[in-house]
Design a protein around this ligand. Sequence first.
Ligand code: F6R
Length: 614
Amino acid sequence: MCGIVGYIGNKEAFPILIKGLRRLEYRGYDSAGVALINDNGDLNVFKTKGKVDNLVEYCSDKNVTGNIGIAHTRWATHGEPSSLNAHPHYSQSKNLAIIHNGIIENYSQLRSRLQAKGISFVSDTDTEVLVQLIEFIQEEKNIDLLTAVQLALNEVIGAYAIAILDHRNPDTIIAARNQSPLVVGIGDDEYFLGSDASPIVEYTDKVVYLEDGNIAVIKRHDDLKVVNIQNRKLYPEIQTIDINLGQIEKGGYPHFMLKEIFEQPDCITNCMRGRVNIDTDNVVLSAVIDYKKQLLQAKRFVIVACGTSWHAGLIGKQMIESFCRIPVEVEYASEFRYRNPVICKDDVVIAISQSGETADTLAAVKLAKRHGAFIYGICNAIGSSIPRATDTGSYIHVGPEIGVASTKAFTGQVSVLTMLALALAKERGTISSADYLKIVEELHQIPNKMKELLKLNKRIADLSRTFTYARDFLFLGRGYNYPVALEGALKLKEISYIHAEGYPAAEMKHGPIALIDSDMPVVVIATHNAMYDKVLSNIQEVKARKGKVIAIVSKGDETISRIADEVIEMPATIECLEPLLATIPLQLLAYHIAVCRGKDVDQPRNLAKSVTVE
Ligand code: F6R
């Protein structure tokens, strides 16, 4: 979490930094700050609690000139959100200023050591410890900043992406990365720095993704220099990014979340492009071709992920088991990594992550790799840490997802998992050609069916008003739609702050039924599939207890329409693909309820898009 931006060049840095912070605000938004070196060589830090808008207002009467600066938007880990704890942090002499994303795990030992040497601290953060340590080493040994940074990082345990300014070197930013992402943009006689490429794309498409252990010396009118902690010179690859500005702006929608919900038909088309070939009725994933042997010899698949990506994994499990007849386990990455799991050499571990930066998922990947498993990544952010740590994988290609609540990434992940299950099943000979063809053809129809569903936006917005003030919600589904129920509940919780639970419909009678009364809205995915009659009975059970039923049904269903309080019709599809459609009305329901409640949909409280802390 936390967003880092930097600029050095011939332009005024402040507007570039602020624009960059706005693009990175999804990573954290409890405080924000900027450090600039002006033409007189003064190093000024301005920071304040709250969002980037507050920082802009705070700076309105300040001197924010300078062609070099660093800026930060924070998601608190050590120390409450406040202007004192906001970044950048000065060193004691105010010669240095630092911004940091990550956690310094041994900060308390380092802090006590520095305090014993007479250094005082003004914040509660681990970050301030780092800048004080750098300065202490620099002064004690009378060495240059780069060497002091290298020595300090050698003592640090933890994750970091940092950027440092020294007003005595007004032509240089020093940046370093270990387990937290950092990208350097190379412009025309100017450099940019970002936690991801979004603050950079407007200015240049040439970037260097720093690797763990890299330290970048970004100097005006000079080539980018990258070294490691031992000062060995490194030669990073300059890559060309293909994100455009339109993809990271709202494009007329009131919120990124709504834009991203509406993008889904195009996203899924992009995700399937070159992979689902309708002329030959074939699904081709390059990773399955290139790593056929490793994938086919697997005795077991283990899916590791967090949050929404974990829900996609639950759907993937059902498809892989059903089509490929291989056992699949789905694990919360945060649990998997700490419980000494059995991992065998012929396991394939699938890591699912939109951001590609989730610390627990990355750690689970590294653990599985150490045990010799073959790792397959399903990620969205190109060049992020997880895809770089895997043996192979498939990007979901849904474009940058900026709304903190994940929407299009979920349907992208489910689409890739469907293609993976189909491609593997064909190779293994565990699916009949008739079933394979039916699913491939239907998969091809999904974007059009999504478009049809999205026409219900107005109807769902109207319906949301009835339920705006509900205290609790229950979401029920069975089979492939059980993870959809979990996902619907998560979406509602995170953006509207209404308590919601997702349950397998039949489990309701083992406990949650006690909650049902006339105030309880129950969303039921009740499509026309093998479970229809069973789910119908579950709806009757809810109605018998006066619960309010909002049913997602297949188009033309007349039975449930007579019983449910509200009905949302979705186009019919085959059972395993229903999650790709059924999720959309739940995303819209959560969105509109949150809007009606006046919540900050794109930046819900306490959350951040990229969870790079454990
Ligand atoms: C929910 C949401 C989170 C993420 C989770 C994993 O809307 O966005 O639950 O799904 O933090 O993130 P990634 O997929 O980036 O690993």
